[in-house]
Design a protein around this ligand. Structure first.
Ligand SMILES: Cc1ncc(C[n+]2csc(CCOP(=O)(O)OP(=O)(O)O)c2C)c(N)n1
Ligand code: SF4
Ligand SMILES: [Mg+2]
Length: 337
């Protein structure tokens, strides 16, 4: 049974993308900030009948400095861990107002964004709860700059292994202070939330694909979730002109697999699909890591360890880079070897 709420055809190429902006001048993000680009593309894909809710973080603080904002659509700040609650409450409120005849019945997009700190650490339970409510339509978009960036680059549950942050500076006694592997948030949410209609990972370096995933999430009906990887010149420590290239390298090295799960069916897409099907070679992670100052302290051994973890994700997981479970049979075969 289709629960589609509106028709938002995918943009067929960059020339079909409308010129109108709903996130425009007036923000104060760093030069080369990919999270700001994600905001711009996200709301461009959604169009003017959209309410955006945002939890505390760079995309709140830098975009709504007193008396100036870059948002053209209605926008509301929500507490750091509350993007899930804000999305659900707003969608429920709109539905009630329409049912009571207080506002016109029409599709109004509800998008709540959160950072990796707000979404993947503090607000994970609220997002999880929201994704169980199939009767409401909304999108939660997690913009992942891989640190608590707004408060000066602290480690989050999504900071990559070994990265230099203000909480994990490399020192002479211990070169690698951050020794936890990044959580797989989109995979976890897709696997555990059967009511969630749509989950996708995106990268703004592939802008049209990214906007089309937002359009699909907003029209499929029910709760949806998108996780975007966002190069951050300040936190990742690189020249701002490299943002686009670093996004591409995250995908081409296999560090960031692009996939969507639509009504429980998983599809790899874009360059990730090409790599998985053997049409494109996966690049060594070295090319991605060594362009960023946060990994400048890595020795060859550290790079090899990082590479081995990415290889494991691609070669041993049930779905490359997405589902960590392994088949019983494979484990048995390994024991015999
Ligand atoms: C409950 C609570 N704790 C701490 C803070 C301070 N704080 C504001 S923004 C922020 C960082 C949020 O990180 P993230 O969600 O990753 O967004 P980013 O700043 O990276 O864009 C923190 C810790 C807060 N606003 N609320
Ligand atoms: S610190 Fe990073 S996420 Fe924050 S505004 Fe600067 S580039 Fe963007
Ligand atoms: Mg962050």
């Amino acid at each position: 049974m289709s629960t589609q709420t509106q028709v938002l055809e995918p943009f067929k190429g960059v020339k079909k993308v409308p010129l109108e902006e709903y996130f425009t001048a007036g923000h104060r993000t760093c030069q080369g900030c990919e999270s700001a680009l994600v905001m711009k593309l996200m709301v461009k894909a959604a169009g003017p009948r959209t309410i955006v809710l945002g939890s505390t973080g760079c995309m709140y603080v830098a975009n709504t400095t007193y008396y100036s904002t870059s948002w053209v659509v209605p926008w509301m700040h929500t507490q750091l861990g509350s993007s899930g609650s804000a999305a659900l409450g707003t969608a429920a409120g709109l539905k009630a107002l329409m049912r009571k005849g207080k506002i016109k019945e029409e599709p109004i997009n509800v998008i709540a964004f959160c950072g990796d700190g707000g979404g993947a650490d503090m607000g994970l339970s609220a997002i999880s709860a929201a994704l169980t409510h199939s009767e409401y339509n909304f999108l939660i978009l997690l913009y992942d700059n891989e640190s608590y960036a707004n408060t000066d680059i602290q480690v989050s549950g999504l900071t990559p292994w070994g990265a230099h942050t203000t909480f994990s500076p490399p020192g002479s006694m211990r070169r690698i202070l951050h020794r936890r592997w990044k959580k797989n948030v989109a995979g976890m949410l897709a696997a555990g939330h059967p009511e969630c209609r749509y989950v996708a990972t995106v990268c703004a370096s592939y802008a049209v694909d990214m906007m089309n995933k937002v359009r699909k999430a907003l029209s499929i009906g029910g709760p949806t979730f998108i996780h975007s990887i966002d190069p951050c010149p300040k936190g990742w420590d690189y020249d701002p002109m490299l943002s686009h290239e670093l996004g591409e390298l995250a995908v081409l090295t296999g560090v960031w697999p692009l996939y969507e799960v639509e009504n429980g069916v998983l599809k790899l897409y874009g360059k990730t699909k090409a790599i998985a099907e053997g049409r494109q070679k996966r690049l060594p992670v070295r090319e991605y890591l060594l362009r960023q100052g946060r990994f400048a302290h890595f020795t060859d051994e550290d790079i090899e360890y990082f590479q081995s973890k990415i290889d494991e994700m691609w070669e041993k997981w049930l779905i490359p880079g997405v589902i960590p479970f392994r088949k019983e049979l494979e484990k048995e075969l390994e024991k015999e070897e």
